[in-house]
Design a protein around this ligand. Structure first.
Ligand code: ARG
Length: 554
């Protein structure tokens, strides 16, 4: 690279020698941090407002800067897909024969337009929002009259595809890219944007914004999955299955009780996410490179603009802290462990050996070799994907340990695992609720498994202990009864009362009522137990918590 090319860098002044060409490419983060464009534009707008308040930009310059940044951000969808309900001003403008700027101006003048309609550079409008329909009418009329949207001429030159390609090829990272593009849109004024800030605080801010959105999306997905499990549990009614310890049949439980175990795990995951979000929701902008901005900035301006609870309190920490990445990936790793356990149970219970459930065909594949097979690809992939989540948490921990304060370039390596974990979680949670809803249990098989193999032995021992026999002793007596049954191929309820009385005279006729399936379930009449009434209450409570809008109660 020539020195003149190098002078396009953000740090070229001090250098006389060009960068090694291979190193130059290798060290760039742009290929992956390009997805932070919406966050970078939002943080840059917030910074622009802060430096304007400090007198660095005039009102007019600020306005130009904001509009220029919006225009730079309009290319976002090429990098980050739009969420449902989001409108890309650039594409809409093309459709309506106007400019994104005119659309923004028109929208800002509508009485019902509020902050909730904007997210970064994107506009949030449902397809059937009357505002969107009105806007379309407005611009259609304008186009017919051959007028520009709001009478104002577009001052900015549209950046060309060639500009974009040049910035993309050249940008070291997303911060550099925005500066390059902004210069093309608003000229030399763009260079003022970097007044009083450093990329160290920018990347810390962008990543916080990214993680905050990823947390919200994950909570939403987890809640959907938990509700799918609750629905399945409600449909299961009083169906039973064996529970297992040591992978050996233990006691009968309600299928609903088993499904609610996963709901408990999910609620803990949600609670961890909500908690991590609360802790990370502080704004690093104004921390400078390491020691704080060199301008007397009112940091609350940026914090508020970006929806943070306030500014961070220490510049060394704020520029080098990645606890929020650690926490996020660790929570996702734990969530991955839960999902993997669920996946393992489904895989196992779908085998011919168990036969507890039929895998939905929509989520299974056949074998190219063995025509009879239906493979549980989805649950196997869930187990596999969870390894990536654990991997991301591990990478972050190893990355951070031993790093001296404050910013070090190592931190750049923390981005990709976080992106990968967020994408993996989104992919999983996009499918898991639908898969869960379409599960079909074979309740007959489950019941047979729950009512054979002496799963009521514990209830039998409880019967004896209720009759005054010490539990240790009761355990031994029932053990003897089980042996008797095994020798003659009979279950406990098939033994004769005389045979039982031969083992203990505490046995009476009411023993047989105490070991029915219903009694075996209902004797666990304790909070968190599988008694039918308890499970009904637990189910209603879980539904109540999950349906409530307030996720913080987990
Ligand atoms: N791409 C960099 C990162 O992700 C941005 C911060 C660069 N800071 C610096 N002093 N070189 O960490």
């Amino acid at each position: 690279m020539s020195n003149s090319e190098q002078s396009g860098k953000m740090w070229s002044g001090r250098f006389r020698e060009p960068l090694d060409a291979v190193f130059e490419q290798w060290q760039r983060s742009f290929p992956f941090d390009v997805r932070l464009l919406p966050q970078e534009v939002a943080a840059s707008k917030a910074h622009a407002r802060m430096i304007a308040a400090a007198g660095i930009l005039s009102e007019a310059e600020l306005e130009r800067m904001i509009e220029g940044l919006d225009q730079v951000g309009d290319i976002t969808p090429e990098f980050a897909p739009l969420e449902p309900g989001m409108v890309n001003p650039r594409l809409l403008a093309a459709e309506l024969g106007t400019t994104p700027r005119s659309i923004r101006r028109w929208l800002s003048r509508q009485p019902e337009f509020s902050e909730s309609h904007v997210k970064h550079t994107r506009i949030l409008l449902a397809k059937d929002d009357p505002l969107l329909l009105r806007m379309k009418n407005h611009f259609a009329i304008q186009a017919n009259l051959n007028l520009d949207g709001d009478g104002a001429t577009e001052e900015f030159p549209a950046t060309t595809e060639a500009d974009l390609a040049a910035s993309m090829a050249h940008a070291e990272d997303i911060h550099h890219f925005v500066e390059l593009q902004l210069s093309k849109v608003i000229g030399p004024l763009a260079l003022k944007l970097h007044t009083g800030r450093s990329r160290n605080e920018q990347i810390a801010t962008d990543m916080r914004l990214f993680v905050r959105e990823a947390i919200d999306a994950t909570v939403k997905g987890l809640r959907r999955w938990a509700l799918a499990l609750v629905e399945l549990a409600e449909q299961a009614g009083d169906a039973v299955m064996p529970s297992y310890t040591h992978m050996q049949r233990a006691e009968p439980v309600l299928v609903a009780h088993w499904l609610l175990a996963y709901v408990s795990m999910i609620e803990r995951d949600i609670s961890r996410l909500v908690d991590a979000r609360r802790r990370m929701n502080l704004c690093p902008l104004g921390s400078g490179a390491v020691a704080g901005a060199t301008l007397a900035l009112d940091r609350k301006i940026a914090a508020q603009e970006l929806g943070f609870d306030g500014p961070t309190t220490n510049s060394l920490d704020a520029t080098s802290d990645r606890d929020f990445l650690l926490e996020f990936t660790q929570v996702l790793a734990t969530m991955g462990v839960h999902i993997s356990r669920f996946a393992e149970e489904m895989t196992l219970y779908a085998t011919a050996e168990f036969g507890f459930l039929d895998l939905p065909e929509a989520f299974s594949t056949g074998s190219s070799a063995m025509p009879q097979k239906k493979n549980p690809d989805f649950t196997e992939l869930l187990r596999g994907k969870s390894a990536r989540l654990v991997g991301a948490a591990t990478t972050l921990s190893v990355l951070m340990k031993g790093l001296p304060l404050a910013y070090n370039k190592d931190l750049q390596e923390g981005q990709e695992p976080v992106f990968d974990a967020a994408d993996t979680a989104r992919g999983i949670l996009g499918i898991l609720p639908g898969f869960t809803r379409s599960l079909k249990f074979n309740f007959e098989r489950m019941k047979t498994a729950a009512t054979t193999g002496y799963l009521n032995a514990m209830a039998a021992a409880t019967y004896l202990s209720n009759k005054g026999v010490a539990f240790r002793k009761a355990h031994e007596i029932v053990g003897n009864a089980v042996r008797l049954g095994l020798q003659s191929g009979r279950e406990l309820h098939e033994l004769k009362i005389e045979e039982l009385r031969g083992l203990s005279d505490a046995f009476a006729e009411d023993f047989f009522e105490a070991i029915t399936l219903e009694a075996t379930l209902d004797c666990h009449d304790v909070l968190g137990g599988t008694a039918r009434a308890r499970v009904r209450t637990a189910l209603a409570e879980a539904r109540g918590r999950l349906s409530s809008a307030d996720a913080t109660q987990f």
